[in-house]
Ligand binder design. Structure first.
Ligand code: NAP
Length: 285
């Protein structure tokens, strides 16, 4: 049995769906209602990482785990790795991030992910780290501005990023979970090309069949917008990360998707066409 966490999120949902198409899968979710109808295609255990009893129930009879964490304050990787070690799990595939292997990246989130990886290495459970670049799905945060006035507002409009489709990140994770020889390996995962926010806006405009305008946000305005959604240390980490993008640090393309799945990584034009409904009001995500 494979246990998938984060199945209400961008990558975990895809991992669970891809695995469920081939065999039985178990999901640990703290808010199972967010799984929607998909919850019927898997065995669902309700609970958060801090709930050790729920974790133990979820890990019973499990050989492999897909782990997604995103709390800057909770020791969730430690909790899951310790329970997985005790349960005799044979392989833990962790969703990490590409910046951990880039020495110039020193923002809070990257530092925490480096710590999380270290915790997992030291847990004794064989591991694989999947380290994606920025998810294409982050641009769903543009939906409100697009719906209301046809404007995309973002920082550093001309800074390229080799953003990746979460479906491709998931396919790499599924290859690691279901294949052999991936223990002790870390896989950087990018999309097929580096693309700027201005270019993404143009591609979204084609996908939606309506004109969109790009408006570059200054750092102060971006900080205000981030502080409305995140605690200050997290908002500052996102700004530091955006500054690395402005300086060109996120443009590198890697061929991991092709190497592990045999298919090419999807470009943003495909992601935007497949998710056009999310920007039109017909699909309120
Ligand atoms: N976004 C990016 O561009 C990007 C790029 C590279 C790497 N990453 C990495 O990918 C990971 C996920 O990214 P994200 O923030 O965008 O996440 P996300 O897609 O929102 O997924 C987070 C998932 O983790 C679940 N979760 C969080 N805390 C939990 C807990 N205590 N117990 C049970 N489930 C819990 C969430 O459940 P709920 O639905 O209940 O919240 C959700 O399903 C992070 O580690 C991040 O560093 C992200």
């Amino acid at each position: 049995m494979i246990l998938v966490t984060g199945a209400t999120g961008a990558v975990g949902r895809e991992v669970a769906a891809q695995l469920a198409a081939a065999g039985p899968v178990r999901i640990l979710a703290r808010r199972p209602e967010r799984l929607g109808a998909f919850g019927n295609r898997a065995e669902v255990v309700a609970g958060a990482y801090a709930d050790r009893q729920a974790l133990d129930r979820a890990l019973r009879g499990v050989t492999s785990v897909f782990l997604v964490t995103n709390s800057p304050t909770e020791p969730d990787d430690e909790r899951v790795a310790a329970a997985a070690a005790e349960a005799g799990v044979r392989h833990l595939v962790k969703l990490s991030m590409m910046a951990v292997e880039e020495p110039d990246a020193s923002d809070l989130i990257t530092r925490l992910q480096r710590e999380n990886e270290r915790t997992i290495r030291e847990s004794g459970v064989p591991w694989t780290f999947v380290r994606p670049r920025t998810f294409m799905s982050n641009t769903l945060s543009w939906a409100a501005g697009i719906r209301s006035d046809g404007v995309v507002r973002a920082l550093h409009g001309d800074a390229p990023v080799a953003c990746v489709d979460p479906r491709d990140v998931a396919a790499v994770a599924v290859a690691a979970l279901t294949g052999t020889g991936h223990e002790g390996r870390a896989y950087a995962v990018s999309g097929p090309e580096a693309i700027t926010a201005r270019e993404q806006t143009a591609q979204l405009s084609r996908a939606l069949g309506r004109p969109l305008r790009f408006e570059e946000l200054g750092v102060a305005a971006a900080r205000t917008a981030l502080l409305a959604k995140y605690p200050r240390p997290v908002a500052e980490a996102f700004l530091e990360s955006a500054e690395r993008q402005r300086a060109g640090a996120k443009a590198g393309v890697v061929s991991t998707v092709r190497q592990l799945t045999g298919r090419s990584a999807r470009p943003y034009s495909v992601w935007s066409a497949d998710h056009a409904d999310a920007f039109t009001g017909r699909d309120d995500r």
